[in-house]
Write a protein that binds this ligand. Structure first.
Ligand code: NAG
Ligand code: NAG
Ligand code: NAG
Ligand code: NAG
Ligand code: NAG
Length: 913
């Protein structure tokens, strides 16, 4: 068979088959879909026209639905409440297979339940409540962006500008409440928060006076960042009242969600007093990418409305929703879907008059829903596609700034890359980059026509002063104290605080509140906890910044260094007679002495054979060794060294002696002139190891530190109250019921020692910390106070305040510090090593020479001794060689004489011939 004919046949068969198939499930001439929204609303007015246009476009486009017409029924619904729901329910009794709407999140919540039962997909182009996406409502499809993303954008803006707290004003229904709750979550992810939530009653019956009451309260709050998430009806009233209260002015930031942008986009120029009340406001708007189709639609729209009604993003979403349904129905038919309904049979017992049987279930609803969620086409709002969470992909917002009579776009936010000044579409090709370096927005003209970013918070302008807790200690009044019988306070900490507050760029009204009765040191931990619970707005005093406290409050930068130190009584050196021994540690002394002896012996061995000065009777030799080695100490040895090895050893040794000598001299000088004090406690380790009682300040964290961190038993810790008690306890000493040492923070000890010369700090600071002022968590004041404290420290003011209060007596801290400064062997072991190695090498070479001589000595001598080659004989020979006097000069002359006589004989012989 010829190939073309075969192919034709196959094609024919296929044609017949497909013809038969499509005949089997003929598409209906039209399908019924419904739309339900509020015609007379900002969104509804535009949506109505957009939906009409979309239906027209779908029906006139042959590429879709293939002849089946969409037939749209629209139902005007009340925006919220019971009536809206009832109208929606009545609407659903008719046989429609999909509903565009509802517009309101409140109605959507209720009729989503019904849609689930009847299996009619709801495609809402305007219900943005994030909770509608939940799995509870499978038949609810959102064809616009969830407010979850809008709130993420708001949170990122707040974070981008470095604000920490916002006030949310919202309409108190599902839409507002759930939107704000999403905002709360998103702010929390960025360590920001909503400080106050202000709900406005939903519905049109909100009075201007109610809003006035709310805003007056808002004005007294600390935060100046206001997020407005309401409906257009109440939104404009809020702005108008806020403007009247001068709250859309300097220092304030208003961020309005997309309710405002839809009004701005759709309304023909707003009345100028409304515009005036919104200058500098930031607004979010759904971002829809630019396209030819979108531009064409806009110009068609303008022709249609004559410019009386602008098109906003919700209108575009409504238009796309109709196309979405059309695409899905087309696919539904292609997959063999059939439009059929069955009566609702699950009537509850005693059904009453609800007439639920009238409702009909769309049998193939799930198939249509599946096709809706699977759709993938490009609409006016960009790509229409759902991700696995059933939300539209690529959520993005424009951020606009209301300015003059219009507005200006200052940037974009996209879920993909955060804030940017380039349209998000251009970013989708690149890898997502949400790094903070990549986030940027153009400059904003803030309310009050200023370019400088508002600080975002103020002191609650409610006539209240900050209540500042001040601990009243029993002693150490230089740090904090209350002036007798007044409510004035003085002291180092108070002065630092006041100086820092004066540096702040704004006024901070405050009042000190004493904490503690003055008879017992107050618990600092308790005071810090009171700051956490809000009883105090801050705590000022000598608060060490320690881990436990930073867990509950925020500290400023430290204004004083305060490590823990040990103070102990110093004993005057009474071993003056033996002071000369102290420069070296005992071990050092022993090693040095040993080396003197070793060097004496080594030099003796090396010199003994050739040097007459090292010879003689054993007793005299012993004296020579000792005399020689110890006289090197003063470089006064008189014996000459003749051998090379001996000279080498002596040279190295004299160098070592030089170093030891000069170190000793230096150390002794310092001991005799500077250091006259001494303490048996050398540092925290020796204190810990002893069993003696340790004092600490009452109520100080030192107690916990010593017992918990260092494991010192509580029974050894003695709580002391005042410098006088410190002095008394230290003087008594551990044996008579006092303490061996006191552990306290450095500033107290500095003060204590400035009047007490007989005590001193031993060892080093064993903790490093500082004192700071405590503020509640995330308090913006703490950050500004830190900056002020650093400023104080840099301009020297801090030191001046310190000197004013804390420099008193003449006993300085520095010259009293005592450390064990004996010279240890460890500082010298290198020298000794070099010297030892030299000795060893010299001896080794020397003995090699001896051995050489031993093996090459004349055998006759050995034989004549009668000892043969026995080991003993060799040893004896070895020892005698060592002891033997070797006269180098004489043996050489003998040799020379022998050679001479030999040559004489030869000469004579020659002469004789
Ligand atoms: C559209 O329907 C007509 C008949 O109603 C049929 O001939 C044609 O093949 C269909 N086209 C498609 C793409 O289904
Ligand atoms: C559905 O109910 C209507 C009246 O409510 C009735 O006329 C119709 O026959 C019922 N259909 C089925 C399939 O039960
Ligand atoms: C938004 O971004 C998050 C994290 O990058 C991602 O998990 C989520 O799917 C995105 N949402 C959409 C609708 O693209
Ligand atoms: C993100 O953007 C910043 C600044 O534009 C750039 O420095 C950084 O390398 C980018 N990170 C990635 C992962 O592309
Ligand atoms: C820290 O706090 C915990 C519990 O609040 C307490 O048990 C512990 O003793 C504290 N430690 C110090 C050093 O304050």
């Amino acid at each position: 068979m010829n190939l073309t004919r075969f192919l034709l046949l196959v094609l024919l068969c296929l044609g017949v088959f497909t013809h038969g198939f499509s005949k089997k499930i003929a598409r209906p001439a039209s399908v019924q879909i419904g739309a339900i929204f509020t015609f007379d609303s900002t969104i509804g007015r535009v949506a109505k026209m957009a939906i009409d246009e979309a239906v027209k476009d779908v029906n006139s486009y042959s590429g879709i639905l293939n002849g089946t017409k969409l037939s749209m029924t629209m139902q005007n619904s009340n925006c919220n409440g019971f009536l809206g729901t009832v109208e929606a329910l009545r609407f659903m009794e008719t046989d429609i297979i999909a509903i565009i709407g509802p517009q309101s999140s409140v109605v959507a919540h209720i009729i989503s339940h019904v849609a689930n039962e009847l299996q009619v997909p709801l495609l809402s182009f305007a219900a943005t409540d994030p909770t509608l996406s939940s799995l509870q409502f499978p038949f609810f499809v959102r064809t616009t962006q969830s407010d979850l993303y809008q709130m993420t954008a708001v949170a990122e803006i707040v974070d981008y500008y470095g604000w920490k707290e916002v006030i949310a004003i919202f309409v108190d229904d599902d839409y507002g409440r759930n939107g704000v709750s999403a905002l709360d979550d998103k702010l929390a992810e960025r360590r920001c928060r909503i400080s106050n939530k202000v709900g406005i009653p939903p519905g049109p019956g909100v009075h201007r006076s109610d809003i006035m009451d709310l805003l007056v309260k808002v004005r007294l709050m600390e935060s100046r960042i206001i997020v407005l998430h309401v409906n257009p009806d109440s939104g404009f009233t809020v702005f108008s009242v806020a403007h009247y209260l001068r709250m859309v002015g300097n220092g304030y930031v208003w961020i309005a969600t997309d309710w405002l942008s839809s009004v701005l986009d759709s309304a023909s120029p707003l009345p100028s007093e409304i515009k005036n009340s919104m200058q500098g406001v930031l607004v979010l708007r759904h971002h829809t990418p630019d396209s030819d189709r979108k531009r064409a639609f806009f110009s068609r729209w303008n022709k249609l409305t004559g410019g009386s009604l602008g098109l906003h993003s919700y209108g575009l979403y409504a238009y796309d929703s109709v196309w979405l349904v059309a695409h899905a129905i087309d696919a539904f038919f292609n997959q063999g879907g059939v439009i059929s309904f069955s009566n609702y049979s699950r009537t509850p017992a005693g059904g009453g008059d609800l007439n639920l049987e009238a409702m009909s279930i769309f049998d193939d609803g799930s198939l249509l829903l599946k096709n809706i969620l699977r759709s993938d086409f490009v609409g006016l709002t960009g790509p229409i596609k759902f991700n696995s969470d059933r939300s539209l992909i690529f959520p993005a917002y424009d951020i606009i700034n209301v300015l003059g009579t219009g507005f200006q776009r200052i940037g974009y936010w996209s879920n993909y890359s955060g804030l940017s000044i380039v349209p998000p579409e251009t970013l989708y090709a690149r890898p997502p980059n949400c790094s903070s370096a990549n986030q940027q927005l153009n400059s904003v003209i803030w309310p009050g026509e200023t370019l400088s970013k508002p600080r975002g918070w103020v002191f609650p302008n409610n006539g209240k002063h900050l209540r500042i807790g001040v601990p009243i200690p029993v002693s150490f009044h230089e740090f904090v104290s209350q002036v007798q019988a007044t409510d004035m306070f003085k002291g180092f900490c108070i002065d630092v605080f006041v100086a820092a507050v004066n540096l702040l760029p704004y006024a901070v009204p405050f009042r000190f509140v004493p904490f503690g009765d003055g008879h017992k040191n107050p618990s600092y931990t308790e005071l810090v906890n009171l700051v956490t619970t809000g009883s105090f707005d801050a705590a000022v005093g000598d608060f060490a910044i320690i881990t436990n406290r930073t867990k509950v409050v925020d500290f400023t930068q430290p204004y004083a260094a305060s490590g823990l130190v040990i103070v102990a009584p110093f004993k005057k050196m009474n071993s003056g007679a033996w002071a000369f021994l102290r420069p070296f540690s005992p071990f050092m002394w022993i090693v040095t002495a040993c080396f003197f002896l070793v060097i004496g012996v080594v030099v003796w061995i090396l010199e003994h054979r050739i040097n007459d000065e090292f010879r003689g009777p054993p007793k005299q030799q012993l004296i020579t060794i000792l005399w020689f080695s110890f006289s090197t100490l003063f470089f006064a040895h008189r014996e000459n060294t003749l051998s090379t090895l001996g000279r080498l050893v002596l040279l190295i040794w004299l160098f070592v002696v030089l170093i030891i000598n000069s170190s000793y001299t230096a150390s002794l000088t310092s001991i005799l002139t500077v250091q006259q004090l001494y303490s048996p406690i050398k540092g925290i380790d020796s204190l810990k190891a002893s069993d003696e009682p340790i004092g600490h300040q009452e109520g100080s964290f030192a107690e916990q530190y010593l017992s918990e961190e260092l494991g010192i038993s509580k029974s050894r810790l003695v709580s002391l109250r005042s410098p006088e008690e410190y002095a008394k306890a230290l003087e008594l000493g551990p044996k008579k019921g006092g303490v061996a040492a006191v552990v306290d923070e450095r500033p107290y000890i500095e003060l204590f020692l400035s009047t007490q010369c007989s005590f001193g700090v031993v060892g080093h600071e064993f903790t490093k910390s500082g004192w700071g002022f405590a503020f509640p968590r995330d308090s913006p004041l703490a950050i500004d106070m830190s900056t002020a404290i650093l400023q104080l420290s840099e301009n020297g003011e801090l030191q001046r305040i310190h000197d004013k209060w804390l420099i008193k007596g003449t006993c300085g801290l520095d010259n009293a510090e005592l450390e064990s400064d004996q010279l240890q062997l460890s500082s010298f072991w290198g020298l000794f090593l070099v010297c030892g190695v030299t000795c060893f090498v010299a001896l080794f070479i020397y003995f090699l020479q001896i051995m050489y001589q031993l093996w090459h000595s004349t055998p006759s001598e050995t034989v004549s001794n009668g000892l043969g080659s026995s080991f003993y004989g060799r040893l004896q020979r070895f020892l005698s060689l060592i002891d033997e006097k070797e006269d180098l000069s004489s043996s050489k002359s003998k040799k020379r004489k022998a050679e001479k006589s030999l040559s004489d004989i030869e000469k004579e012989a020659e002469l004789g011939r």
